[in-house]
Structure formats: C-alpha cells, structure tokens
Design a binder for this molecule. Structure first.
Ligand code: F6R
Length: 608
C-alpha cells in the first residue's frame, strides 16, 4: 500500500516525480523518496515522514536529470525511517528500485544474497528485489527484472532503473496497481491515474502478470514470458482540477461538498422516464435475473457500510435472500455461493486485496461477479463479468465520503434495474423511486447548509472518550458509516449499534454527558428508535439526532437536531450520512488532526 511513480522525458524529473507523489500520498505517507539518473550516476534522496520532509531534503540537495522513479511508503516490513524508505539501491549503486506490495519469500532470498556478498542497508522485503536484479543483470534490464520476478513470490508493482541503461525504466505488476501515461516525447508510470493527470490523459492500465519497458518514445508491454502485447491506451475524462483542493482547506471537505454533483453524475443518463435503469456495463444474460436465487455482497470498510444499505435495498426490491460479508472474512469461509448467485463486490479503488480475493473466490464457485467501483480499469473492474461505475471522480482524502454516496446511488440503480426485470418492483414504484432519486442532488445541497451548526456541535463533542451511533434498519447502516468516519479521523472511540441492541449490554456505558448520535428517518421504526433514545436520555446522554425537517417529535428527546429534507425512507441514507460526515470532519478539525491523512491508515489497502 504505497505509491510509485516513474518518468522519462525532457522535463526536470524531480519536479514531475514530487508532484505525482503528492497526488499519491493518500496511499501511504510514512516516508518518501526519489531516485534520478543524471551524468551516468543514480542520485537518491529519501526521508522518513510526509512528503514535505522530502521536499526539505531536496531543497538542500536537489537532484538533476530527466529520468527517475519515486515512492511514498506505508510500512509493512521495517519501521518507517530514512533507511527503510524507498528507493533502494543494490550494492554497486547501479540499480535502483521502488516497490508496492509484499515479497513473501524475502527472508530465504536475503540469506542467499547475503551469502553471495550483497550488502543490505534496510529491513525491508523490497530490498531483496534490487539485489536480485543486479544479480541477474547481463546487459538487458528487462531480462534481469524478468528473471528476478521468477525468484520472488508475492504481490508487487515494481519500477526499476539502472545507470547502465539511462533513458529506460522497467516495471512489472502482480496484484498491486500500475498505469502508464503517454505524453509528447515523454512517458510516465504511476500507481493510479490521478497521479499523472496534470501531464496526460492518455493512459494504459498494466494487468497482473505484465511487464512494461518505457522510454521517452513510449512503452512496450510484455507478458512475464516475454510475449509482446498490443493494447491501445484509453483517454480518461477526469480532469486534473478534480484532484486538487479547489480552495477548500482539506480534500475531505471538498469531497463532502462535491456530493450533490456526484449523485447527479452517477445518475446521469441512467434513468429512463418510465423509471427503468439503463446500466452500461451490466450485461446480464437472458433469464439470469429471473433465475437469481441469491445476491452476495462483499466489501471492506466504508464500501461494506454502503453494502449494508444495499442489502436492505436489494432485499426489498428483489425478494430473494441477500447476504453480505466482509471480504476478508468471506475469502476464508466455505460460502454457499454458486451459479444463480450474483456476487456484488463493492470497492471505491477496485484494488482492495481482500475484495479482489473474495470476488475471485465467488467467480471460482460459479457465481457471476458484478463490480461496483469508482476506478475505471481497476483490477476489480477487469475481474468482473459486469461493472457499474460510480462516477465520484478521484477521491483523495483517506476518509471516504463521496465514494460512499456514489455507491449508495449505484445500489439504488441496481435495485431498479434488477427489480423491474424480476417484476418485483412495479412500474409505478420504479417511476416514483426514479423521481425521488432525481431530487436528491438539490436536497443534498440543502443538507450542506447545516455546516456551521454542525461545526458548533462538534466543538462540544471533540475529545470526549467514547461516542455511540445508533439507528434501526437503514438508519443503523448509516450509523455504522458515521461512526467509522468519526473514529478514523478524530481517533475517538466510537461504536455503532442497532438502537434495539443497547439494552442488551452497551447501555451500561451511557453516563452523564456521553454523546449519542441517533439517526431517525425510518417511519416504520420511528417509535422503536424513540424508545431507544429515551433509554439513553434517561442515563444522561447528550443526544444529537439526524431527522427529517418536518419531525415535530424528536426535539423533545434530543439536545441537538440536524434536520434533513424529507425523501422516501428507502433513500434517506444518501442525505442522513452528510451531517455525520461533516460532524466527523469538524471534530477532527477541532482536535487539530491531519484530516486528509489520518495516522496508520492509507487510502488503498492493496495488501492482505
Ligand atoms: C474509510 C475507508 C476505508 C475503505 C476500505 C475499502 O473511510 O475509506 O474503510 O472504504 O479500505 O476501500 P475500497 O472501497 O477502495 O475497496
């Protein structure tokens, strides 16, 4: 879970590499480094800490040259310090390498290389790779990399450069993501597309098991066996501005504010006047929907929380059993997935290792796999039989916000498409749902106007030891995501639970002043949730409620009410999550935390 970049061309490589790494910092930010070939030598600068520390080093000791590689790290093997930061050099200093992933057999390889006289400087698994390349080199870098990969086991995207062949960079991919970008007389490598968007929109996604050889004139893609692969680059439509802060103090706030536009964009062109949904990329064979016996949703983190909403929504729309599992659990179970089961794997990045593994298991078991993902060309999208892209644009803040909302919209679209096909959603029901979906962007804009009120409430919550989020049905699903948002950026202990579960144990923890956030939008569960609310209020809780604007009851029991516009209960998660995202943001800001890059986390979890 690191970010890697490479550049060959006429520009100052240091500037290109550092600017591209800045856009990849969400993937890891405990150390960073670059290596540049100039005057027949490789210069390396690296530093523990965020990219700013590397900037400081480079200000003192700049590197010159037009060919280079770079890395931003999220440590797996070896503590985050200067020595363990990438790039890593071999003993001769002629080969240099950056790596994203894990080399599982690095210990026996290291022992062998040490015996052969290689000198190691770091505790990383990565360093063995560069020594292997030096060991295998006999005049052709790509062949040396190919033979080295043959000796290593694990997951990787790696980028290698040698002073013996200036003007050339070789990269390879097995599991961790890698893209190539093409410019006029220049070529780029990166872990993802936004990293190189300011320079090019012409991009080729490298697949698992492929190697790529880049020069200023372009790239040659090959299989690990050396067979050349011809594939045209694609033109991406994201613009570079989407990956910049655009005047907001943090990416997270910008992304929260982008949600009305994201909802609109994810719906654009997909809803027909008769309420049916036309989903390009979802191309189910005739009779598949009618014969569906189960849907299995799998995902991690925020995507899993979107899946919790999806479970209830699809259950209501399809009237068949819907299962949901964390991908890291599902992949090691013996699940009753088979033909007739539609597996929906949800992932913003489309690169989460566990979600990929769970999706592959489902496919092996005979299930058709549909990817709900934000990243065009991601591994998940290429593994899947069907793809529904959310159109949230690049999400940079580690704490996911707009991608979650877009996933919710994706599940509603699927419910419409599959429900109408099965005949379990009526035409009238579909028309009503489609109409309400179209009204959501305006309503989401109205929710954002509560920002200042939420900031004031956040001031009273920040720093308290424990906080609880409760709700029932879809409100519980939203509570899980609200709680995760708060804990990941405020570092406060936070738990979500169904309101009905409190009295089975957790109520013992509610004392005078304990903050309890309640989501209260589901009419058929309203009275039940109000009872839960009374239980916590009677124990002295400080209650923040998220409820519809025309709710006249809730203020009797809550200390603060955050009011959202009314919609059909089925769609309320799209609106009720926004105040909770803003609450998390303002609490973290109040506490002075690094909101976009919370400690210990990274945006894409591409290792198990
Ligand atoms: C939380 C967050 C993570 C991700 C999780 C899955 O804000 O971002 O919990 O949701 O790591 O990531 P994707 O959706 O890329 O598979």
């Amino acid at each position: 879970m690191c970010g890697i970049v490479g550049y060959v061309g006429p520009r100052n490589a240091q500037e290109v590499l550092v600017s591209s790494l800045r856009r990849l910092e969400y993937r890891g930010y405990d150390s960073a480094g670059i290596a540049i070939t100039g005057n027949g030598r490789i210069g390396v600068r690296k530093s523990a800490g965020k990219l700013q520390r590397l900037d400081d080093v480079l200000a003192e000791q700049p590197l010159t040259g037009n060919v280079g590689i770079g890395h931003t790290r999220w440590a797996t093997h070896g503590v985050p310090n200067d020595l363990n930061a990438h790039p890593h050099l071999d003993s001769s200093g002629d080969f240099v390498l950056v790596h994203n992933g894990i080399i599982e057999n690095f210990l026996p390889l290291k022992e062998q290389l040490l015996e052969e006289g290689h000198r190691f400087r770091s505790d990383t698994d990565t360093e063995v790779l560069v020594h292997l390349v030096a060991d295998e080199y006999d005049g052709d870098l790509i062949e040396a990399v190919r033979r080295s990969i043959g000796r290593a086991k694990g997951a990787y995207a790696l980028v290698v450069m040698s002073s013996r062949e200036p003007g050339r960079i070789v990269a390879a991919r097995m599991i961790s993501p890698l893209v190539v970008g093409f410019g006029e007389g220049e070529t780029f490598l990166a872990s993802d597309i936004p990293a190189i968007l300011p320079y090019t929109r012409s991009v080729l996604v490298i697949n698992d098991g492929e190697m790529v050889d880049i020069t200023p004139d372009g790239a040659t893609v090959q299989t690990m066996a050396g067979e050349v692969i011809e594939r045209e680059p694609m033109e991406v439509s994201w613009d570079a501005g989407q990956a910049e802060k655009g005047g907001y103090p943090h990416f997270m706030l910008k992304e929260i504010y982008e949600q009305p536009g994201v909802i609109e964009e994810t719906l654009r062109g997909r809803l027909q006047p008769d309420g049916t949904a036309v989903l390009e990329g979802v191309d189910l064979p005739d009779g598949f929907v009618a014969g569906l016996d189960k849907v299995w949703i799998t995902a991690c983190g925020t995507a899993y929380h979107a899946g919790l909403v999806g479970r209830d929504v699809l259950e209501k729309a399809l009237r068949i059993p819907i299962e949901i599992d964390y991908a890291h659990e599902l992949r090691y179970r013996d699940p009753l997935i088979r033909r007739g089961t539609l597996t929906i794997a949800i992932s913003q990045s489309g690169e989460t290792a566990d979600t990929l593994a769970a999706g592959r298991l489902a496919t092996e078991l005979g299930s058709r796999m549909l990817a709900l993902t934000n990243v065009v060309g991601s591994t998940l999208s290429r593994d899947a039989a069907d793809i529904l892209y959310t159109r949230a644009g690049p999400e940079i803040a580690v704490a996911s916000t707009k991608a979650y909302t877009a996933m919710l919209i994706g599940t509603y679209l699927l419910a419409l498409r599959l429900g109408v096909d099965r005949g379990t959603v009526t035409r009238d029901g579909a028309v009503q749902l489609a109409g309400e979906l179209r009204a959501l962007p305006d309503k989401a804009n109205r929710v954002l106007r509560m920002d200042a009120d939420i900031a004031a409430i956040a001031g009273r919550i920040a720093g308290i030891d424990d906080i609880y989020f409760i709700g029932r049905g879809l409100d519980y699903a939203v509570a899980t995501e609200g709680s995760l948002k708060l804990k990941e950026i405020s570092y406060m202990h936070s738990e979500a639970m169904p309101a009905g579960e409190l009295k089975h144990g957790t109520l013992a923890l509610i004392t005078d002043g304990t903050p309890v956030v309640v989501v209260l939008t589901q009419s058929h569960l309203y009275d039940k949730t109000i009872s839960g609310l009374q239980e916590v209020k009677a124990r002295g809780a400080n209650v923040v409620a998220v409820a519809y604007e025309d709710d006249t009851e809730v203020a009797k029991y809550a200390d603060h009410v955050l009011r959202i516009p009314r919609t059909i209960d089925f769609l309320s998660p799209v609106l009720s999550i926004i105040p909770l995202q803003l609450l998390a943001y303002h609490v973290a800001k109040e506490l002075g935390h690094d909101i976009d890059m919370p400690r210990n986390l990274a945006k894409s979890v591409t290792v198990e």
